[in-house]
Unconditional design. Structure first.
Length: 320
């Protein structure tokens, strides 16, 4: 049985995440590699079998069929522990026309329609860049483990739960699927959210590449928007009186909002709209996120000491 590690984790970290993350990946992999290296090849199956006997749940996210080829399919796992909870998480699930295809996050988002729906209408599909979908599959995997273990408390029986990354990501585009059935294939709309105006990103001072604020004002907030803009007369303007009017005349209204935001920083625009009860947010880059006072106050950006590198910032736990 081959060791359950790959040099790809190191190479990916080197290429995409920089040396700090490469060291982090090494730190995660090294104990596993050292443990596997210390076990003779002919004894590794025995070691894995013993781990299964002692474990509440067995999880893996290899390509479909890998554990079976190692001799550790679900039936074998049940022989080792009759009430085992086994959760498999691969790109397309264990069965189906794509079941044997390998996948990464960007592949799953492409096949489920997310890549198509992201970006601007006159440009190629944009997708979400890095493999955020790998994380989405992991979230559903954690839910699957908890649900299966909880059911075992009631029934005494284990089970095999399949998680498909494609199907996990599919849940993120429910609105696009609904719109397809209502109105046909939707058009990529960039930052515009639905047919709500204001409902996009607006340029802010001093006009840098990331000086933008996102403002989203449902119909019940239109009056508040007009007051913040210093243009109360807009509320009764026949061009903008109803939500449909504002959508029909969105170019003119977006220009009015952009004229207002362009004389203020993105944080000032966020605060003025937020104080009036209108959802708004500064478009922050990664450096601004790491320095965000709100996230720091909630201990979501924390400083850690890492011996090879010293102090560095990382993301905390979102559960308080």
């Amino acid at each position: 049985m081959p060791p359950p590690v790959s040099s790809h984790a190191r190479a990916l970290a080197d290429t995409l995440c920089g040396r700090l993350e490469a060291d982090w990946a090494d730190g995660r992999r090294r104990p596993v590699e050292e443990y596997v290296a210390g076990v003779p090849a002919d004894a590794r199956a025995h070691v894995l079998a013993e781990l299964v006997r002692r474990s509440d749940a067995v999880t893996e996210n290899f390509a479909a069929g890998v554990l079976e080829r190692w001799g550790f399919g679900f039936e074998r796992l049940r022989e080792l522990r009759p009430d085992v909870v086994y959760v498999s998480n691969c790109g397309f699930g264990q069965v189906g026309p794509y079941g044997r295809f390998k996948s990464w996050g960007p592949i799953a988002q492409a096949v489920c329609g997310l890549t198509f729906s992201s970006g601007l209408p006159d440009l190629p599909p944009a997708g979400w860049g890095y493999s955020y979908m790998d994380h989405t599959g992991g979230y559903y995997m954690a839910i699957a483990i908890l649900a299966a273990v909880n059911q075992r408390h009631a029934t005494g029986r284990g089970q095999h739960v399949e998680v498909s990354m494609q199907e996990s990501v599919l849940n993120l585009i429910r609105i696009s699927l609904r719109e397809h059935q209502r109105n046909g294939v939707p058009v990529r709309s960039g930052n515009q959210l639905g047919k709500t105006v204001p409902g996009t990103a607006y340029p802010c001072a001093p006009g840098g590449p990331n000086d933008w604020a996102y403002i989203y004002a449902p119909p019940q907030m239109w009056s508040a928007v007009c007051k913040v803009l210093g243009r109360p007369e807009l509320e009764q303007n026949p061009l903008f009186k109803t939500a449909n009017d504002r959508w029909t005349n969105r170019a003119a209204l977006d220009a009015i909002v952009a004229e207002w935001t362009s004389t203020r920083s993105k944080y000032e625009a966020m605060k003025l709209m937020g104080d009036a009860g209108v959802p708004a947010g500064a478009c922050q880059d990664t450096g601004e996120v790491l320095a965000d006072p709100h996230l720091k106050a909630r201990h979501m950006i924390v400083d850690l000491e890492y011996p090879p590198r010293g102090s560095f910032k990382t993301v905390g736990c979102p559960l308080l």
